[in-house]
Design a protein around this ligand. Structure first.
Ligand code: XMP
Length: 430
């Protein structure tokens, strides 16, 4: 293994990730593990140089204070504890560690080398994946999103054709999205890729369904069904690759922190799929996942893309989805993205997209009355997607986009700009 590692044991602090990042900023790899890791599990981790016991406000779970396995104190690793009055260790701190203190612990006490970088991380993960998988096969649902793309690239590097990628096109993808998955993974990286065009099947299931939650449920469960069917056709698969990243684990609830929301990558697994998981990104933060993707040779456009909801354009084609309006939202979205890129706004604005409601308005085209749909443009900025403000897009850019949508997108006679912040509006409409 290339990298030294400091292990952070989660004893209920909300600051685990801050400390992990502080240590990584010192150039040393750090991983966060649950407080109940056993001495045996800890000893199985390679290149551990020291341990941070990180207690805090969530330390008491169901009325009892959680603690580590006492056997860990005998493993011989240097330890430091934060806000942890019972630790039998050299040091105790009640506050957040400052950089100088962490630096002293990491380098002078643990003698860790500052050898954390993406290249070494990838080499280490490749070694770990090969060790875990051997000559067996891994299945991966490749949506084309950042996380699944990066995990696919990592697995291809580690095990090549032993990875089977399944890309399900639910018909709610953005323009050219499935095509670019095929281009990058099949043509450039020579992945073992199964492409399933399930458009008709999804649109049939969604026909006449106007309720947003109902739509989301149908898309989610149909996705799992299609994936399971494909998995059922394959033989000898023992592992499931997952693009889980560290924030997914936190949001889905750790042993000390409460669940924020169940996450597709963590909570949405079909229970009867008896696979062992391969999750090489699960200790990374989003920006690190992106650098990892770049280091693995993925195109920047794939790695630095804006967030896109799992149910795709399904939640932007409002109400009951029709092919006509779905096509309109897809074409308008492509125009918006093209013009934002030309204006340099793609690097500035956090998320931008179009929406097509399910009602029409009166207009006039070629000197005759028309009754057609409208396109709503939304462009927002946010730090954490919990609240958001709108981007004040330049009037000329908006004009250009409007002209193009009205000229190029069928069945549309009106373009509006959504001025609403979150709250009270959410970022998506459904
Ligand atoms: P809202 O609409 O809740 O959106 O303000 C917050 C952020 O989450 C994205 N979003 C999703 N992402 N699966 C995802 O991976 C989903 O089902 C989903 N729904 C919303 C949304 O695009 C925004 O960035």
């Amino acid at each position: 293994m290339k990298q030294d590692m400091i292990v952070i044991l989660d004893l209920g602090s909300t600051e685990n990730t801050t400390i992990a990042r502080q240590i990584r900023e010192l150039g040393v790899y750090s991983e966060i593990h649950p407080h109940d890791i056993t001495a045996e599990e800890l000893n199985r981790l390679e290149n551990v140089k020291g341990i941070v016991l990180n207690g805090g406000e969530n330390r008491v779970v169901d009325g009892t204070a959680v603690d580590i396995d006492p056997a860990l104190y005998d493993c011989g690793y240097p330890m430091i504890a934060f806000d942890h009055p019972t630790a039998k260790c050299a040091r105790k701190q009640d506050t957040m560690p400052d950089d100088a203190l962490l630096k002293e612990f990491v380098f002078d006490v643990c003698h860790a080398q500052a050898n954390w970088n993406m290249k070494n991380f990838i080499e280490d993960q490749v070694e770990l994946i090969r060790k875990q998988v051997g000559d067996r096969k891994v299945l991966l649902a490749l949506s084309g999103g950042v996380d699944s793309s990066v995990v696919a690239a990592m697995l291809i590097k580690a095990i090549g054709k032993q990875l089977v990628c399944v890309h399900v096109n639910h018909g709610l993808m953005r323009k050219n999205e499935s095509e670019s998955v095929i281009e990058v993974f099949q043509n450039q990286l020579h992945a073992n890729l199964i492409y399933v065009d399930a458009t008709d099947r999804f649109l049939e299931k969604l026909q006449g369904v106007a309720d947003p939650e109902e739509k989301r449920k149908i898309i989610g469960s149909e996705f799992i069904r299609v994936f399971e069917e494909e998995a059922g056709k394959l033989e000898g698969i023992e592992f499931l690759g997952q693009g889980t990243i560290y924030p997914d684990i936190i949001e889905s609830g750790t042993k000390t922190a409460k669940m924020v929301k169940s996450h597709h990558n963590v909570g949405g697994l079909p229970e009867d799929l008896q696979f062992e998981l391969v999750e090489p990104l699960k200790q990374l933060f989003k920006d690190e996942v992106r650098s990892c993707g770049v280091e693995l040779g993925l195109p920047a456009g794939m790695v630095y893309r804006q967030p896109f909801p799992g149910p795709g354009l399904g939640v932007r084609c409002l109400g009951a989805i029709t092919r006509e309006r779905l096509e309109a939202v897809r074409e308008a979205d492509a125009i918006l993205r093209e013009e934002f890129e030309k204006a340099g706004l793609d690097k500035k604005v956090w998320q931008y997209f179009t929406v097509v409601p399910d009602f029409k308005s009166v207009g006039v085209k070629n000197n005759a009355r028309c009754f057609e749909y409208m396109v709503i443009i939304r462009a927002i900025n946010t730090i954490d997607a919990m609240s958001a403000t709108i981007e004040r897009v330049d009037w000329d850019v908006l004009q250009k986009i409007t002209d193009r949508i009205l000229a190029e997108v069928e069945h549309v006679n009106r373009v509006c700009y959504d001025m609403s912040p979150k709250p009270p509006a959410t970022i998506e409409f459904e």
